[in-house]
Design a binder for this molecule. Structure first.
Ligand code: SF4
Length: 357
């Protein structure tokens, strides 16, 4: 099996997908792409949340024609999502996209495929092949009877074969399914079948709550096996939420080096403070921190020193006051009313210390 560090490195703008232990976070805009103002505004919100590559839908020529203006006004690599129409792919490539998502087997005539591949080669941009369990080729469905992991990998190999025949190798592949066990099996089989980097996703996973659980279950299993070089969480929600979920998921595998994490207790009868409120406030405060700080918020001092030892900075609630910890050692007592403010000040101090290292 090809671990993500062993996959082929593929350049996308100033980033590299594959060939390293990083997993790049992607999302997709929900605006009409030709509405440049709205699309750029959404991309800026995504960038701020930690999105590293953004994809826009290109269902028509007006969308493809908007690419140059969008590209000028954003800071992360831009991907154009195209189905079937090679002219849209050519327009998007000409407009400066950093990657296209298109399945070469769906483009049609050979010369059309060649035109797209030639254009991508000239600009040095990769192509993502997006296999979806819900839209497998008829002959594959006929062969397997229903969408299977083997069928999905066979479909990926079919599209890969077309690109390789044209001596094109800057390929990223996704094998999305909304059925979690099927997605896990497909990605495992793909990681054995070829060394192109894999773009992970559970498609149509659902709303913010159910989709987060489903995506974390499926993608967590895949990530834990060392598979996947880029990820998109698909939610029926604001795409900023997709980025937040992706970041949190990657953090739990130690795959984000520049993000702070929160450890907070589940609360119990010993609780002395309004921990849920404090934990939410602190979580929001550290959400955009670009340093690997571990912050802990505990409801009481019973397990405080022990549990906070693992954290860089933390607080344990007491009756009317809190204990501030730094690397497991109490640094001072603070009144409950100013506890969160004091913790935030310490977080800022530590973040600055990290930044200066
Ligand atoms: Fe209970 Fe205290 Fe542990 Fe929180 S830290 S779960 S309040 S014992």
């Amino acid at each position: 099996m090809y671990h993500r560090t062993e996959t082929r490195p593929v350049r996308v703008g100033d980033l590299t997908i594959g060939g390293n232990d990083q997993v790049i976070i992607q999302s997709m805009t929900t605006t009409k792409t030709e509405d440049v103002e709205a699309t750029v505004a959404e991309i800026h919100r995504l960038e701020e949340a930690g999105c590293q590559i953004v994809r826009v839908a290109c269902p028509n020529m007006r969308a493809a024609e908007a690419i140059p203006e969008i590209k000028k006004r954003i800071h992360i690599p831009l991907v154009a999502d195209i189905h079937f129409d090679y002219r849209l792919a050519l327009k998007a490539i000409e407009g400066g996209v950093d990657k296209i998502r298109i399945n070469p087997g769906n483009i049609g005539k050979r010369e059309r495929v060649e035109a797209v591949v030639r254009a991508a080669k000239e600009k040095g941009i990769p192509i993502r092949i997006g296999v979806n369990a819900g839209s497998l080729e008829k002959r594959i469905l006929d062969k397997y009877g229903y969408p299977t992991a083997d069928g999905m990998v066979e479909s990926a190999l079919f599209h890969i074969g077309i690109l390789e025949e044209l001596d094109f190798h800057d390929i990223v592949v996704s094998l999305k399914a909304s059925h979690v066990p099927l997605a896990i099996e497909a990605y495992e089989k793909a990681a054995e079948a070829f060394n192109y980097p894999l773009h992970l996703g559970i498609t149509e996973s659902g709303t913010l709550f159910s989709g987060t659980v489903k995506s974390a279950a499926g993608l967590g299993a895949i990530l834990s096996r060392g598979i996947g070089s880029t990820i998109r969480i698909s939610l029926s929600a604001d795409p900023v939420e997709e980025v937040k979920v992706a970041r949190e998921l990657l953090k739990s595998f130690g795959l984000v080096s520049n993000a702070a994490t929160l450890v907070s207790c589940p609360t119990c009868g010993r609780i002395e403070i309004d921990l849920i409120k404090v934990a939410n406030e602190v979580e929001e405060y550290i959400a955009n921190l670009q340093v690997p700080l571990k912050v802990s918020v505990l409801g009481c001092a019973v397990n405080g020193p022990g549990e906070a030892r693992e954290a860089d900075i933390g607080i344990a609630g007491g009756r009317g006051e809190g204990l501030l910890f730094r690397h497991g050692k109490i640094i001072r007592k603070v009144p409950e009313e100013t506890m969160v403010e004091e913790l935030k000040k310490e977080i800022d101090k530590m973040a600055e210390e990290y930044a200066q290292k």
